[in-house]
Ligand binder design. Structure first.
Ligand code: ATP
Length: 543
């Protein structure tokens, strides 16, 4: 851990007066003494509210803290609303690194001496520069084996992995301290929050992963009229480099340009919601970094507009249970059946079995009923989900990260849809997707689907079937032989046992006569005679 970096962080936090966030009872006399002596670390922004100071401090601490703040802004269960609102406006602005350096990184990754080997030209001026990577445009040779000449190359910022590692380690240490000193430390789980963040952050560093995600998304939307995903040239991709077709479109946030080219805004807004629900309920694979910088609209066919999606660094995947959870809850919600929502949570084991259903139902009703004061068309699914998660967490539900990612994406999509077309009726657009999915899960369609799903397995096993039948018949025959042999052995044993009984009977009868004649003992003689009678009777009964 770098002492200097630690000092910078402490200095930033103090000069933005964030020690105000430490509860009074933890502001010990030695802390106050230190604070008083450190005159060069005075709060330089006393006029600003503390949430604004927090945002500015994170902004000045660089990419790792900026992205952390952005992630925290979606955790309204952990942060007060004014803090969460403020953190949503954190900007990921960083200075570009030199184009020459980008060239060297690419040459090293491709193991070539000069980019001329593959590229006709390379634009040293970056197209865009973000905290983790920078994007350059380039042109391939006319006769290159790749399908597009105009390409972009995304290059990971040099040294960023080390900076991120050092910052995340420092964050973890701070989280440990916070968990101990904050009165609400146990509930806020700062260590877990940082670990969750660490995973997302380091995933973004691997561009092979992003390339694979992009290829998957493109495959899912092959021949789609709604979404185009640029082609990735996987042969040229490396962990720190990604090469893809260059796309030309209107950034989705540029409403004026969209209107100017005569885009049908209603269809565009509806398609955004449709694409999202198709990804969730059909593909179980969704783009989870839907900020406006990653979404473009094609110049072609403005009346039948098509989106272009880039940057699949963060994607979410859902399993069957997650989808069931979403569909069942949404439908119960829109029927305002809070009891059902509570029961679903308990029956499925999402909240502990001993949860008081009435309390849970009441808590959900309290947060959701005000949402339904609005007309159905204006309701935000994202807010419904957010309120549900926050309530469920109070009842000890561990909300899975993929569901949090989905809820965040949903908020983006809804915001975007309403920005494009304020009258967008979300419920009408989304309902068919939910109902269709639920319909697919029960009854005949579910049976047909299950047969379809298992068909490849049976198709694979079918050629082996005659051999399997032959083997089964053969072993049945062998078993029959073994069974017959066994019956014979048992029959022999039974014969022996059948002879034994009368013999014992005879011996007992003779002994009875002898005992009576020689010993004159009537009791023993009668006992032996009785034994003889029993043995004869048994052998008689068996035969
Ligand atoms: N295939 C492409 N064609 C044209 N421009 C592109 C392409 N890919 C990326 N860009 C440009 O580069 C910008 C940044 O790309 P991208 O979002 O992939 O990078 P990033 O480092 O993940 O950025 P951020 O974290 O801000 O999303 C885009 O907003 C877009 O302007």
């Amino acid at each position: 851990m770098s002492i200097w970096r630690f000092y910078i962080i402490v200095r930033t936090l103090l000069t933005f007066g964030l020690d105000d966030l430490i509860p009074a009872r933890f502001q010990t006399w030695y802390f106050k003494l230190f604070r008083g002596c450190a005159f060069w670390l005075r709060n330089k922004h006393p006029d600003k509210p503390v949430e604004v100071r927090l945002r500015l401090a994170l902004q000045s601490l660089g990419p790792v803290f900026i992205k952390f703040g952005q992630m925290l802004s979606t955790r309204r269960d952990l942060l007060p609303t004014e803090f969460a609102n403020e953190l949503t406006i954190l900007q990921d602005k960083v200075e570009a690194f030199s184009g020459e350096q980008a060239k060297q990184i690419i040459e090293k990754a491709w193991k070539i001496h000069s980019l001329d080997t593959y590229l006709e030209s390379f634009d040293v001026e970056p197209l865009a520069s973000a905290s983790i990577a920078q994007v350059h445009s380039a042109q391939l040779y006319e006769d290159s084996p790749f399908p597009h000449k105009e390409i972009v190359i995304k290059v990971i910022r040099p040294g960023i992995a080390d900076t991120m590692r050092a910052d995340v380690d420092l964050m973890k240490s701070m989280a440990m301290v916070l968990e101990k000193i904050l009165p609400d430390g146990k509930r806020l789980r700062p260590i877990e929050v940082v670990k969750e963040y660490e995973k997302t952050l380091f995933d973004e560093l691997d561009l092979m992963r992003e390339a694979a995600n992009t290829i998957q998304l493109k495959r899912n939307f092959t021949d789609s009229k709604s979404l185009y995903v640029p082609t990735v040239f996987s042969d040229l991709c490396r962990n720190n480099i990604m090469v893809m077709e260059r796309i030309y479109g209107i950034p989705v946030g540029d409403i004026d340009a969209l209107v100017a080219q005569g885009t049908n805004m209603k269809i565009l807004a509806e398609r955004g919601v449709e694409i999202f629900f198709t990804q969730v309920f059909r593909d179980s694979f969704f783009h989870a970094d839907m900020h406006p910088g990653n979404i473009f609209v094609s110049h072609e066919n403005p009346n039948d507009p098509m989106y272009i999606g880039i940057d699949c660094g963060i994607v979410g995947t859902l399993n069957k249970d997650d989808k069931r959870y979403l569909a069942d809850n949404f439908i119960a919600f829109f029927n305002r059946d809070y009891r059902k929502v509570a029961e679903l949570h308990v029956d499925s084991g999402w909240v502990p079995r001993d949860t008081n259903i009435e309390d849970f139902e009441f808590a959900i009703r309290t947060v959701c009923e005000p949402i339904f004061e609005k007309p159905l068309a204006e309701i935000s699914f994202g807010h419904v989900l957010m309120n549900l998660f926050n309530t469920a967490r109070r009842f000890q539900m561990e909300v899975q990260p993929q569901l949090v990612l989905l809820q965040k994406t949903l908020l983006y999509i809804e915001g975007l849809g309403r920005q494009l077309y304020p009258q967008l009726d979300l419920w009408t657009t989304a309902k068919p997707f939910l109902e269709n999915w639920v319909h697919q899960q029960v009854g005949i369609p579910a049976l047909v689907r299950s047969i379809k799903e298992n068909a490849p397995f049976w198709g694979e096993k079918l050629p082996e079937l005659p051999d399997l039948v032959y083997d089964a018949l053969k072993s049945h025959q062998e078993l029959q032989h073994q069974q017959e042999a066994l019956i014979q052995v048992l029959a022999k044993n039974n014969q022996k046992r059948d002879k034994l009984m009368p013999q014992i009977g005879h011996i007992a009868a003779i002994s009875s006569v002898l005992v009576y004649c020689l010993k004159d003992d009537i009791k023993v003689a009668s006992g032996l005679l009785l034994t003889a009678i029993v043995c004869w009777s048994i052998s008689k009964y068996r035969s």
